[in-house]
Design a protein around this ligand. Structure first.
Ligand code: HEM
Length: 146
C-alpha cells in the first residue's frame, strides 16, 4: 500500500515538474511578444509605423497603390508571430511581395528607422526595440534587390 502511494506521489511530482517546465518554456519563448504589449500593443505601434512610412519621402512613393489597412494588419500578424506570439502570418513571402520594387539598403534602413520612431513613440524600451529589429534583419536579403 505504502509502495503504491509513494509511486503515485512520484508520478504526481513528475507531472508537476513537467507542467511547470513547459509553462516556463512558453513564457520565455513569448517574452518578446509580451514586452511588445501583445497583439494590441503590436497593432498600436504598427498603425503609427505605417502612418510614419506614408509621410516619409525617402520611401513613401513605393506605397502609393498599397492598401495600407491590409498592410498594417499583415505587419501586425508578422511581428506577432516573429516575437513568439500566438499568430500565423498569412501574407506573401518577403521575396515575393517586394520583387520588382528595386528596394535598396537605404530604403530598408529608412523603413527600420521609421519602425524605431513608432516604437519610441509608444514607449517601448530600446532593448525591446532592438530585439524586434534583430528579428527583421535577416529579411534584408530577400527584400533588398538593388
Ligand atoms: C524589415 C523590412 C520589411 C518588412 C518586415 C516588410 C514587410 C512587409 C509585409 C508583411 C508586406 C505585406 C505582404 C503581402 O502583401 O502579402 C509588405 C508589403 C509591402 N512592402 Fe514591405 N517590408 C519591409 C521592407 C520594405 C521596404 C524597405 C519597402 C520599400 C521602401 C517596402 C515596400 C512594401 C510595399 C510597397 C508593399 C505593398 C505591396 C503591395 O501593395 O502589393 N517594404 N511588406
Amino acid at each position: 500500500m505504502n509502495n503504491i502511494l509513494s509511486r503515485i506521489s512520484k508520478i504526481a511530482v513528475g507531472f508537476f515538474l513537467l507542467s511547470s517546465l513547459s509553462a516556463h518554456a512558453q513564457s520565455s519563448s513569448d517574452a518578446l511578444y509580451q514586452s511588445l504589449g501583445g497583439k494590441t500593443g503590436i497593432s498600436t505601434f504598427v498603425n503609427s509605423f505605417v502612418a510614419i512610412v506614408l509621410e516619409d519621402t525617402r520611401i513613401n512613393k513605393a506605397f502609393k497603390e498599397t492598401d495600407t489597412e491590409r498592410l498594417a494588419s499583415l505587419l501586425t500578424e508578422q511581428f506577432c508571430e516573429l516575437s513568439g506570439g500566438p499568430c500565423k502570418y498569412s501574407g506573401r513571402s518577403m521575396a515575393e511581395s517586394h520583387k520588382d520594387m528595386q528596394v535598396t539598403n537605404a530604403h530598408f534602413n529608412a523603413l527600420a528607422e521609421d519602425l524605431q520612431i513608432a516604437m519610441e513613440k509608444h514607449d517601448i524600451p530600446s532593448s525591446v526595440q532592438n530585439r524586434l529589429i534583430a528579428k527583421l534583419a535577416p529579411m534584408q536579403r530577400p527584400i533588398v534587390t538593388k
